[in-house]
Design a protein around this ligand. Sequence first.
Ligand code: ADP
Length: 908
Amino acid sequence: MRFRRVARSAPALTLLVTALGAVASAGGGVVVYQAQQRMLAQAVEHRVALIESAVRGETGRYLAALRSVAAAAGAFDTLTAVKFGELAGPLRSAGMPGVTSIAFFVPATDEQVGPVQQQWRQRGAPGLVLHPVGTGREHIFSIFSEPFDGVTAAATGIDVTQAAAPTAALLQARDTGTVAVSDTYQLIRDMRLPPAQRQQSFVLTAPVYAVPDPAAPVPPTGAGPPDADPAHAAGRDDASAFRGWVLMGLRGQDFIGGTLQQITQGSADVTLQAVAADGRLDSVAALEAPSRRARTIRRDVEVTVAQRRWRLHLDIISAGLPGAGPAHVATTGAGLGLTALVAALVAVLATGRRRADARIAAATAQLRAAETEAREQAGLLTAVLDSVSDGVGVVDERGAFLLHNPAAQAMLGVDDRDGPHEWQAHYGLFHADGVTPFPADELPLTRALRGQSSTEVPMVVRNSANPDGIVITVSARPLHPTAGRPGAVAVFHDVTARTAAERQLADATDRLRRELDRRLSAEADLRAARDDLAAQQQYLREVLDTIDVTVVTCGTDGLLVHANRAARAALPDSAGPLDIVAAARQLRFTHPDGSAFTDAETPLARALRGEHVDGVEAHVVHADGTRHVTMLHARPLHGPDGRITGAVASSYSITALREREAELTAFAGIVAHDLKSPLSVITSYTDLLHQDLAERGDTEHADLLDRVLITARRMSRLIDDLLGYAAARDATLSTTPVELGALVEEVVTERLAAAGVPGTPPPQICVGPLPTLHADPALLRQLFDNLIGNAVKYTPPGRPGQVTITAEPHGDGHVRIVVADRGIGIPDGQHDAIFTGFHRAHRAAGYTGTGLGLAICQRVVHRHGGTITATDNPGGGARFTVTLPTTSATEQPTAGAPDARPHHTTTR
Ligand code: ADP
């Protein structure tokens, strides 16, 4: 504004001087004097404006630089000492007189001192030691410091709150969210200087926020008063993003001296004072002109710097200024020409010089603005490149790296190597297989230098920095000269983790597919096996249904599982699962002697208890009311672990067999009975005739009759056995307590009496203690007579029989009686067959007999509900084991019966 005013007034002044010279040279002296006074006033104004503009411009430039550093510092995710040095360092060459240092400060409470120190040590200040002053309040520590003047040491760790002036500025900057300037104070180093050399210092500070607000960029230097920027004047709401301060220390004298020396040109003493809040004036700096000439003009100008008012006090030496010549110089005799000349000169000086100054000032401001903008953009670009995780590299047209960001450095790993032909070996670049070297000509950047773009080319980087290799994709584009410089740019994207994850996914998918195939195949096998099983089951079912043997199975719960056709016909109908015990009751199971089966006696119930049931004869009444005699068998069914899972029972009808047997037995009984009396008549008469012939001495005929008698007696025995066989089956069972010991004793006595074979010692028969049984005494006698008779009979010729008869308790309510001998024994494989009627194992050996004795024994035992078996007697001979039921009243044999010594031995 002043420039324009002065510029407008210059022609008027020229005209005025010319007019005055032309119109009245006579009054020239007075007029010239007045003109000189006005020139002087204008010169003073001009000088003052220059000084004010210089101070305002310079402080604005300093503040803009400070803001740039603060904004760039905030743009880093992690501010480190190196990055701060890179931000603040370039200001050294920006021509900023008076700056002693630029430092980064952070706040910390007492508790935070340790963590803060640790945090910043990790960020490039390894020797940082924080020195808090006082307790119970907030401290503000210098973390990084860049000294500027070669005098100030890099002071870090210092708690600035011990200095009131900078502290107040820091707090103000944080509260308002914009730059602040401090009151002046004296540095310690100034205190040590002689008073004449001491300076006042002050600080400029700007808050650092984590995320710069793109809507409120820092205004370029010279674009207006920095503190008039609304975005900054409004302060920051986001206190959480506050990170600290950037602080610029200035020595007032150096600042003002460097700035104003040139502008004042020794024509004024300048004092810069800061106006305190209470109106007090603090001296910032003073510049004294070397001239001793009188200071005749005083001016005070106010300049606002970062919301603070500064006052410029000027004592101007007017003598050196245009128009300041002595008043009497305006002599009337100088003439109009001289006056005009002077006026012209004044005009030229006034307008030309000012126009030039104004252009210079404008150009300078533009330059500074451009420089600031360029720095901000460069800082922003650096911050962005530093913060992105993708690597970026730019090469010139020869392949020399112009820049790369830290991510690119981390991926490629080693120092830049110029020349595409060296890149493969230097950086260790391989195809995606990790083995095949990537041909230099095909590298994306090489192709980009040939003008070809590439997108996401996969490759493996393996070198000393990444010995295990990383997988990256590279996209590259050519840079055209319009971009500033020809060359190429590449973006590197680390896909190691993604590739590994994809591989894991592929592996997992593969595993899943294999597992699925395996399961499908197993399922197919299972289906085939199930179909086979079903077919087999069907086959078995059909086989079972074709036979007339009834087959039923049940589970451990006693419920019927399967019944074949014959069984289904026999069993009663049932709506639900059929219980085998209930079914047995309905079938009315009865023993041959007419007694009913108890529930526990049914074959399936016994098999479920683990017993093997063989050949139990029973009478049953089928569902259709028909009566049958059946032979029952049952077995437990076991699972793979050996545990009982159920039972199977089979039965077949022996009704017809029994009927035929009965008829045959009845017939045999009748025949035997009818043969018995004629035979006894034959025997009696033959015996009489034999005696008669013997008395007469007819031995020849007597021998013939002897043979007849032997045959007749054998026939008589056969008839006896047939009758006994029939009786054993048909005779009514009349049971009574039988003392077995006495009964056996009688049999032994009779046998010994009948066994008188000449030349053969009598048999030894040893009888142990025997119990009392509830049985039919006649049948029991027949049983033991047959067993003992056989034991004595089947001994080798000439050797006496050795027989032992013992008894011992067997299970619940049964006794086991063993008749053992040391005779010729039973041939292999005939131990069961000998119980079949008429089966004789030693026929060829000349032992007489009918083959009916053991069949009679088995009938007797079965009719009493017992069992009989034949085995080899260990040590030689045969052993017959009979189990018979006792009753509760029955006296049991004494303990230790198996090894009992005979208390009664009969030896004849
Ligand atoms: P037998 O009238 O032939 O003795 P059994 O029915 O009593 O008929 O016996 C059948 C067969 O069993 C006999 O012929 C004999 O071969 C054999 N046997 C019976 N008891 C004995 C025994 N104690 N020692 C050896 N064999 C025997």
